[in-house]
Design a protein around this ligand. Sequence first.
Ligand SMILES: Nc1nc2c(c(=O)[nH]1)N(C=O)[C@@H](CNc1ccc(C(=O)N[C@@H](CCC(=O)O)C(=O)O)cc1)CN2
Ligand SMILES: Nc1nc2c(ncn2[C@@H]2O[C@H](COP(=O)(O)OP(=O)(O)OP(=O)(O)O)[C@@H](O)[C@H]2O)c(=O)[nH]1
Length: 455
Amino acid sequence: MYVRDTIAAISTPVGEGGIGIVRISGPAALQIARSIFNAKSNGGLKSHRFSYGEVVQPGTGDLVDEAMAVYMKAPNSYTREDVVEIQCHGGTLVVSRILALVISQGSRPAEPGEFTKRAFLNGRIDLVQAEAVMDVISSRTDASLALAQHQREGLLSQRISTVKEGIVYALAYVEALIDFPEDDVNVAVETDVLGKVAPALAELDALIAGFDEGRVLRDGVSVVIAGKPNVGKSSLLNTLLKEKRAIVTSVPGTTRDLIEEVVNINGLPVKLLDTAGIRESEDQVEQEGVRLSLDRIPKADLVLFVIDGSSAFGDEDAAILEAIGSKSCIVVRNKSDLPLAVDLPSGCSAPVVAISTHTGDGVPQLRDAITNAFMHGHAIDGREFVALSKARHRDALLKARESLQSFVANLESGVNMELLPVDLRDALDAVGEVTGETTADDVLDRIFSSFCIGK
Ligand SMILES: Nc1nc2c(c(=O)[nH]1)N(C=O)[C@@H](CNc1ccc(C(=O)N[C@@H](CCC(=O)O)C(=O)O)cc1)CN2
Ligand SMILES: Nc1nc2c(ncn2[C@@H]2O[C@H](COP(=O)(O)OP(=O)(O)OP(=O)(O)O)[C@@H](O)[C@H]2O)c(=O)[nH]1
């Protein structure tokens, strides 16, 4: 383990709260804590024991706050360094005063994510797990949280390490081949190596294939509600939000501005956008709204094209359908409580879900249709789900797969044998970029600087 300096930060959110925590990590943590904290129980700070006491101004002995403190001796701590946490009253001023004291006694303010970065640099967790810590904090649905927790616990890292083992096995063989070139490529050995590489390739395929689902669970998706005036777009938004937010009115064209809300649909975080009724209009404000909504369609991951089931499919509907083009779309046939009067154009191949925002009929089916559009029928309760969720991971694994495929092709054809170890090392480097072994410093800096202070 490297010897680093001592860092400190407020690890609780800024603002007034019941309790505030100042965290210190590094070789001087205990000495700094002792200089400002007088333990009144447990006979002083002992590792992994909570002590009650007072934070005082060194020198004067003036009372700063009544507090609790815990010392976690290296390596049994979050960072694997000596850590002390001081829990004080959660006022903005109290917490920042204690941080200032801790800094004045010989630590420096931690950079964002620096505690977790140290946990990574000191080998307690790999990079995938470190990134997952942040995903745990920012998760918005149970399913996103379950995915993040699996990743934090190392389930994704485990799958990646089976890939790595296959590559390492092949590399050992190839290196032996180079050391003893007089031994011709032995068919039995070649079969054995291919037998190890094949599962690694299959695992890479599976991980890469799961990326889209992992990404949508982590980042959510954006869904646009589009339709001509008065078909019930605002009513649908309200139904999905389960609360009255967007304006619902029988006067056409009142949804002028875009309304944006994040909702939890079967565990998928969905950013819902209600667009203004799309149609020709004299009204300047309304035209602006129409332009905005047409703009949104290409940017959305999915369009909910709302039509009024109780009236004929008109030119305005046709124009919207044209704007949707080949975009992923669900036709929402609203007002199913009224007699059916709409006839969809034969060319429209999008799934149709009949609903009534008045009675609630069809709404569960619509929720399922929305999640199925992204999860391809996979359950997303997240319990069993281990997936890639970051483009960074996916890109690195694509590189690994390419190198491994090139290795297999060269081994099978027997040409370019000198490239065999090159491809394998490239594959190993690419896999290591995901787990952090071969990740460039600037990439590491970028990842950790997006964390919050004190994490
Ligand atoms: N007060 C407090 N609460 C917290 C954290 C923290 O750092 N402080 N955590 C983080 O922000 C999370 C918990 N994560 C943690 C992960 C590892 C260790 C730790 O000390 N690991 C050592 C020793 C384990 C042991 O004693 O058995 C290790 O793995 O070696 C502590 C917290 C959430 N709650
Ligand atoms: N019968 C029936 N009426 C509905 C249903 N859903 C909405 N409506 C009515 O249709 C009218 C228009 O609803 P809105 O939700 O404001 O429609 P909109 O598409 O947002 O309209 P604009 O704001 O003009 O773009 C209102 O009078 C609603 O009460 C439904 O399922 N059944």
